[in-house]
Design a protein around this ligand. Sequence first.
Ligand SMILES: [Cu+2]
Length: 256
Amino acid sequence: MNKKASGPVAAALLVLLSACSGGETNGAPAAAPTFALRVDQETTGAIIGRVSFAGVAPENPMAKLSGDPVCSRAHATGMAVENYVVNDGGLDNVFVYVKDLGNYRFDAPAEPVKLDQQGCRYVPHVLGVQVGQPVEISNSDETMHNVHAVPRVNREMNIGQHVKDQKDTHTFTTAEVMVPLKCDLHPWMNAYVGVVPHPYYAVTRDGGKFELKNLPPGTYTIEAWHEKAGTQAQQVTIDSKATRGVTFTFKSAATN
Ligand SMILES: [Cu+2]
């Protein structure tokens, strides 16, 4: 009886052990633990790119600032929201990043990425941060804001900033492109944070320009995200010590 029972018990134990070690259940030995590479700085290349904008950008709506006198005083002639920021035919506030870097490991920088509330708007409107890197959130206004992140995979965050010069720090724990932020007190205020597990990200500026530096040689999917115009991706091969030019062209969501 004991001998008959030992068969299934032993098999169950094997399956359990195998599951715990993350290996196969078909009897093959468990795969060796994966190890992450460090980037060899001697061989890195770079991408210098631009996001251009085809056509005429839709006019950005004006924020209804009248609900808060501090906000309306800060913008005597009104303030448009930042849906489309086009300079010299280039689209700014596009988050560009390497989507599939591969098995590299990076320490999260201790230096915080900064997000301020100035004149009842987020500065910057689009930002990037590494997983585990602190985001320092500040309030430069003489009014109350709250910073409310509504992520899909990260933990929700809602920080009230009641007084001028209040500072708080938040850390996103999981990669997520993009995490929307909003202020529940001022409905026009929003921002977007791209959380990535590596340093290869940029936000376009000065007419759609961006750079991704110190990339290890390889073939990558480069994704470009814009809050209204959508997302585009392209494959780019980076050779050792080489710099590649990359161009994306967006158009208005209304004409897609
Ligand atoms: Cu606010």
